[in-house]
Design a protein around this ligand. Structure first.
Ligand code: ATP
Ligand code: MG
Length: 440
């Protein structure tokens, strides 16, 4: 799963170049599934007024340093940064929220359409330790909604997220919710947590020692088993919320309950990134093991201003496509559209076969066109490999008569049907579709 073993045929060859560790190929069995996930995003998010934004993969390093926060794992040690030829420090985006905010400001959307709703999809890059469900290039589908601080937006986003997961057939996931407070109450909580951690320093990992100094909330996110045991008894942010944050959370919860959205409160849920305020949530996959977060998100009310924009709020989430694909049933995207094979037996049949294939393709069918000069048996084997269900066979007899033989490859019966070689697209397609019984 992590990285397909190098094919034995390549292993013995020292000249072979393999992919970089943590970077993987996405083969057709997977891209087919991913396409359905993309299409569902466009469809479901569209109902909530989200439109797609395309963003560059490379941004200035300072964009991430300023938005994600330089005390996070991402900025501290996971970014792929490099100096451009003119010395500018650039970074392969580790996430897309910062880029969306930059674009929102730079394009003038912040003025023209302050409550813009945008979604994105594409690759992200983080130099983490590769393992199942964790790669150095991975993919996200995410959304951001700007300019609204009312709890209705939080609830809308969460309903949309559950509808999306239902739409793609995601199984065994649960939604976890928390509030991480705001500029009023979080500093108070941060100090409580720091005091708690400092008293139990010996049980915490070296990373958490550093976190305690610079960003104590992150100890709640630590994946080291001993740290997890310690933080299980840490004070929770919910007990420190100010009145404003408490009211916001209560309102979100009431709206979710009104729409019967199932969720569980997780008072230890914090997001890895610094800019979150109030609502924080995660979609957790029960069957995923250690890398169990399918997606996460929350409010980031201070981020736009931190990046030099007006003081507008934002809220969003990002789903990890690789992990999402793991909780979606195998059938999703497994079906391949039925194909037609065009099989020229003799060299003279190549031209007519090509014409036939073109007209079938023009009619919307998927056609495998084989080269001439092989036996019928070899050609039928090739058709099978291309998963064809109907074959047009053009031998000498057929050419002489100006007719192709059509064979039903599914029933393995010689249900032959003759057809004029120069039949128009529509007639050819109709013949194939009637043989496939409406599957095409
Ligand atoms: P994790 O706790 O698993 O490290 P995260 O909090 O770093 O996740 P986010 O930054 O919130 O993750 O990104 C949202 C989603 O992107 C995650 O829930 C996960 O599904 C996916 N994701 C994050 N990092 C990776 C990775 N290295 N490989 C694959 N998917 C990832
Ligand atoms: Mg992470």
């Amino acid at each position: 799963m992590l990285k397909p073993a190098v094919h034995p045929a390549l292993m013995s060859n020292p000249d072979t170049i393999t992919a970089v560790k943590g970077f993987r190929d996405v083969l057709p069995d997977e891209t087919r599934r991913w396409r359905l996930l993309d299409e569902a995003a466009a469809r479901v998010f569209g109902r909530y007024g989200f439109e797609e934004i395309g963003l560059p993969i490379v941004e200035r390093t300072e964009l991430f340093a300023r938005s994600i926060g330089d005390t996070t794992d991402i900025v501290e040690k996971e970014m792929y940064s490099f100096a451009d030829r003119d010395g500018t420090s650039l970074t392969l985006r580790p996430e897309a929220t910062a880029g969306v905010v930059r674009a929102y400001l730079e394009s003038g959307l912040a003025q023209r359409d302050p409550t813009a709703r945008l979604y994105y999809r594409g690759p992200m890059f983080r130099r983490e330790r590769p393992q199942r469900g964790r790669y150095r290039q991975f993919h996200q589908i995410g959304v951001e909604a700007f300019g609204r601080e009312d709890p209705l937006v939080d609830a809308e986003l969460l309903v949309m997220l559950t509808r999306y997961l239902d739409d793609v057939g995601a199984r065994d996931t649960r939604l976890e919710l928390n509030s991480v407070g705001d500029a009023v109450c979080r500093p108070v909580y941060r100090e409580r947590l720091r005091a708690f951690g400092t008293a139990r320093l010996a049980e915490l990992c070296p990373d958490c020692h550093r976190r305690l100094e610079r960003n104590p909330l992150r100890i709640l996110d630590c994946k080291v088993e001993s740290c997890r045991r310690v933080v299980a008894s840490a004070p929770v942010v919910l007990d420190s919320l100010c009145d404003g944050c408490r009211a916001h959370l209560d309102a979100v919860r009431a709206l979710l309950e009104q729409e019967s959205v199932p969720y569980t409160m997780n008072p230890r849920l914090v997001r890895g990134l610094d800019y979150y305020t109030r609502t924080a949530f995660e979609v957790v996959g029960a069957t995923l093991g250690a890398q169990n977060a399918v997606g996460g998100g929350g409010r980031y009310d201070g981020l736009v201003a931190a990046l030099g924009g007006p003081d507008v709020s934002g809220i969003g989430f990002a789903l990890g496509v690789e992990r999402l694909a793991m909780v979606v049933p195998a059938e999703v995207g497994a079906e391949i559209p039925p194909a037609v094979a065009v099989l020229p037996l003799a060299p003279e049949a190549v031209g007519p076969a090509f014409g036939l294939a073109t007209r079938l393709r023009d009619a919307g069918l998927s056609v495998a066109l084989e080269p001439a000069g092989r036996s019928v048996k070899a050609l039928l084997r090739a058709a099978d490999r291309r998963r064809a269900r109907v074959a047009f066979i053009l031998g000498e007899d057929e050419l002489r008569a100006g007719r192709a033989t059509i064979r039903d490859l599914v029933r393995h019966e010689d249900r032959r049907q003759a057809l004029a070689l120069d039949a128009p697209s529509a007639v050819l397609a109709e013949t194939v579709r009637s043989m496939l019984g409406g599957d095409a």
